[in-house]
Every structure is written in C-alpha cells, then in structure tokens.
Design a protein around this ligand. Structure first.
Ligand code: AMP
Length: 233
C-alpha cells in the first residue's frame, strides 16, 4: 500500500499559496507544511543556525538546498510521529523551489513509499503580486496573514485569531520582493514543466476572490486525492 499522498503548491510570492494552503489542508486531511514558516519559527531562536538562516532570508535569497531539505524532513518525520493515520499527507507550500529540490524530494518520497498526488499552480499577474506583497501583515505568534487593504484584521495591528501584534515580514521590503519574484521566475517556474511531464499540474486562476479560489482548489484536489491509494484515505 502506498504511504502518504502529498500535494505541492507552486506560485509566485503573493499568489495566495499560504492563505489557500491553510484553508484547504484541514478539509482534505492534509497538513500544511510551509518551509518559509519553518524558517520563521527557527529564526526566533538565538543560535548559529538561526543566524545562518537569517543571513539568506532577510535578503530574499534562498536558504541552501541541503539545509532546507533537512528542515523539511525533520517536520515530515515529526508529523509521522504526531499524526499517525489521521493524516493523508502534506500540503507543501514553498518547497520545492528549484530543480535540485524537486529531484531531492522525488528521492526522499520514493524512499518513504510516498507519492505526489498533484501540483497546484496558482496563476496571478505580476502587478497584482506587488500590490499584495507590499501591504501584507503577518502574525509572528500564530502565522496568520492579513493585508492592510484586501483582508485587514478586525482591530488594526492585532491578530483576529490569537491577539498577537501584527508586523510586516522582514523580507517584504521592495528590494527583497523584487529579488524573490526574480528567483521565482528563474528557478521555480521551470518546475512546472518538470511536473507537467508527469501530468500532475492543476492550473488555478489565483486572481479571484479568496473563497472562489478555495472552492476550485477543493474540487480539483478532492478528485486527485480520491484517485490515489493513500494510507487512511
Ligand atoms: P516564503 O514564506 O515561502 O515566501 O519563504 C520565505 C523565505 O524562506 C524565502 O525567501 C527563503 O529565504 C526561505 N525559503 C522558504 N522555502 C525555501 C526553499 N524551499 N528553499 C530555500 N529557501 C526557502
């Protein structure tokens, strides 16, 4: 019997990957695993590893592949221990981001007996991305995201979910945004061809209201997951 069925979300920064992944994952019995969130959590520590990650993160540069894979695998192992058969697989947000990461992911998933059930591609025009990223706010306590204009919190500056003080991400500066979008175009977007060759990609128009995108994603992913023999599905 196959192991876990994982889903990958690919889209440029600001395409709504994190927002949509957090909404659909629990409804599909997937766990939202965002490498960016894992790094933000890691950077709250005061040690050498946290400083190393920050030296890449704050510039909007990719953290080295080997370190990123280690952090991701530690989280997948933790989920195996914590979730048991409750969980179908991970909804991977922000990984893989280049060809070497995609190949490494294939290798480790094969070793585990897991499969990739689908790759969601969120499509959003560049000018919309820049507008979304420059007004983005994040809760450092629970990870919830907001936008000053498009999805403001009920009380300005305060997280609706946990009451934490909202802040701008340290890599949402104009320079880091430009760099991250360029890295996406050069290194991440080519992965779509890699997965298209295996007929895994589902293109979703991400430039629509949040609820509409969520509904489309749920319909598409339910059907893909139903056709994969995942454990506990
Ligand atoms: P994100 O929250 O997905 O936009 O990621 C924020 C930052 O975390 C990126 O700009 C990178 O510095 C780092 N990061 C997240 N995922 C990866 C990855 N798969 N490979 C390398 N660096 C990553």
């Amino acid at each position: 019997m196959a192991g876990r069925c994982h889903v990958i979300v690919i889209g440029p920064q600001g395409s709504g990957k994190g927002t949509q992944a957090a909404r659909v994952a629990p409804l599909l019995r997937l766990v939202h695993v965002a490498t960016g969130d894992l790094f933000r959590q890691l950077m709250t520590r005061d040690d050498e590893l946290a400083r190393e990650v920050r030296s890449y993160y704050d510039r909007g540069a990719l953290v080295p592949d080997e370190l990123t894979l280690r952090v991701l695998l530690a989280r997948l192992d933790e989920l195996e221990r914590e979730q048991g058969d409750q969980y179908r697989g991970a909804l991977l947000d922000g990984y893989p981001r280049n060809l070497a990461q995609a190949e490494a992911l294939d290798r480790v998933l094969t070793e585990r007996g897991d499969v990739i059930a689908a790759v969601v591609h969120l499509v959003v025009p560049r000018e919309v991305l820049i507008e979304r990223l420059s007004g983005r706010l994040i809760c450092p306590t629970c990870g919830a995201t907001y936008h000053v204009r498009f999805s403001p919190p009920r009380v300005a500056g305060i997280c609706d979910h946990c009451g934490g003080a909202l802040m701008q991400r340290s890599d949402d500066t104009p320079e880091a945004i430009a760099r991250r979008l360029e890295t996406y175009e050069q290194q991440t977007a080519p992965l779509l061809d890699y997965y298209r060759a295996r007929d895994l990609v589902i293109d979703i128009d991400g430039n629509r209201p949040i609820d509409v995108v969520t509904r489309d994603l749920l319909v598409a992913l339910e059907s893909r997951l139903a056709h994969n023999p995942c454990r506990s599905s």
